[in-house]
Design a protein around this ligand. Structure first.
Ligand code: ZN
Length: 460
């Protein structure tokens, strides 16, 4: 081995070891040593006999730290990447953005404050290694939500045992603050450099933005225990008030009647589904069962959902067509009575939704309304009648977050023509018209970009 190359590797090792306590990225190592990442990785493997990947693994970095290390990105960059991806999927599913989006990393002072308060009241204690635990038995009512008995839990629940469990007063106690691990980001606290336990983040955010008491708390059914049970214990011990009045837990999604899991290989993401289906269809599919019942995903059921969703879209399309061609404005004889009858479907819809959000029955009511519209709307119908039917369907669908009116898609050729018109307008210094065209395109989801090579466009 050439001395020069060995020297690079030992420099790299020194750098890694020295910085392991810090937020470490191997990309940063390469940059710091002024070598290309590719070269450094190759050389490391050849010289040390294991890959950098393996090396860091043997140094027992956590998975998250590993991802961080090998992507050459910072923690915040990775977090931003997943945040953006999440909101992108939400947008496509027509899920509204919350009024407040609070990153968990932004409230460290608040976590420390609430944990200190719990310690003062005797609900929590710090172990020798700096881990702070919640004294589960000190909270009356623990286990009420999940119908679990503390003594049964004590006997068999190994999932509660985490590393450092020997320092717990009681095996039921759970973590409020934990010491950092190598390569993980951390914050200072009175107990140790580390990070909050993940239950406490929810209690703090909920209190900060919604107050000590909330009406409804939702989540997947896998969160009932221990997560939500722990949230209740922390929040109620700290605030002395009922944490949440109602709990809504949704059941799992099964794939071909089997539980979805990474290890079983029957796992896919919203993105994977979006390659095959419009995500409105996925939304429709999920609404077709009550949220507390497990939902089975299969190709046939998705096809059925597609047909169902399209039945509503087609009906609205027909009403639009009839509306454009209708001659009479005002309601005709008999149409008022029909509209009154149609109102009955809306009442059925409301009743279903009032019954713990029974979306399956609510969708059935929309179907009946669609069938009614298809039967009674025709060329002879008045505009007022058609409009009322359409609005009724749109409104009920909108409550379910379903977009059932097809936006006309601009063809590539139409877009190009509008861009050419905009260029001409700009040449003539008619900037008002040029801006108008840009806005018109934007409204239809077309984003223009002025580059040195000319105007480029993409669908947003
Ligand atoms: Zn939570």
């Amino acid at each position: 081995m050439q001395g020069h190359k060995a020297n690079i590797v030992s420099q790299a090792l020194t750098y890694i070891e020295a910085n392991l306590e810090e937020q470490l990225e191997l990309g940063m190592v390469a940059d710091a040593l002024h070598y290309s990442r590719f070269y450094l990785h190759r050389l490391f493997a050849k010289t040390v006999g294991i890959t950098l990947h393996e090396y860091v693994k043997r140094r027992r970095l956590t998975r998250a730290a590993e991802e961080l290390v090998f992507s050459g990105k910072t923690v915040m960059e990775i977090a931003q990447f997943y945040t953006d991806a999440f909101f992108d999927d939400c947008r496509k599913l027509n899920i509204k953005t919350p009024d407040v989006v609070q990153p968990a990393t932004g409230l460290i002072d608040e976590y420390i404050q609430i944990v200190s308060g719990l310690m003062e009241k005797g609900y929590a204690y710090a172990a020798a290694d700096g881990t702070v635990y919640f004294r589960t038995r000190s909270f009356q009512g623990y286990g009420r939500l999940s119908h679990k008995n503390l003594d049964d839990l004590q006997g068999g629940n190994r999932s509660l045992l985490v590393s450092g469990a020997d320092q717990k007063e009681d095996s039921l106690d759970f973590v409020l603050w934990k010491p950092k691990k190598d390569g993980e980001p951390y914050w200072e606290s009175p107990w140790c450099n580390g990070r909050p336990g993940w239950h406490i983040e929810c209690s703090v955010m909920s209190k900060k933005y919604l107050g000590d008491e909330i009406d409804i708390h939702a989540g997947g059914e896998d969160l009932v225990f221990p997560h939500h049970e722990n949230e209740i214990a922390q929040s109620e011990a700290a605030n002395g008030k009922t944490f949440s009045r109602y709990w809504m837990h949704n059941a799992f999604l099964n794939i071909d009647n089997r539980k979805m899991s990474k290890s079983a290989g029957n796992f896919f993401t919203v993105r994977d589904i979006s390659e095959k289906y419009d995500l409105q269809i996925l939304r429709f599919f999920m609404l077709s069962a009550h949220y507390r019942s497990p939902l089975n995903f299969s190709a046939e059921l998705m096809e059925a959902a597609k047909n169902g969703y399209e039945r509503i879209v087609t009906s609205v399309g027909n009403l639009n067509y009839l509306l454009e061609n209708a001659s009479a404005e005002e309601l005709k004889d008999g149409e008022s009575a029909l509209l009154e009858e149609a109102g009955g479907f809306a009442s059925r819809f409301d009743e279903a939704m009032d019954d713990d959000f029974n979306t399956a029955d609510a969708i059935a009511a929309i179907f009946e309304l669609v069938k009614f519209a298809n039967t009674h709307a025709g060329q002879e119908s008045s505009k007022a009648f058609l409009k009322a039917l359409k609005e009724e369907i749109m409104e009920l669908s909108d409550i379910c977050g379903l977009i059932v009116e097809k936006q006309e898609e601009l063809l590539d050729a139409d877009i190009e023509a509008l861009i050419a018109e905009r260029q001409a307008a700009r040449k003539e210094k008619n900037f008002a018209r040029a801006d108008e065209i840009r806005k018109e395109l934007l409204d239809k989801g077309i984003v223009l970009e002025d580059t040195r090579e000319g105007v480029k466009w993409k669908r947003a």
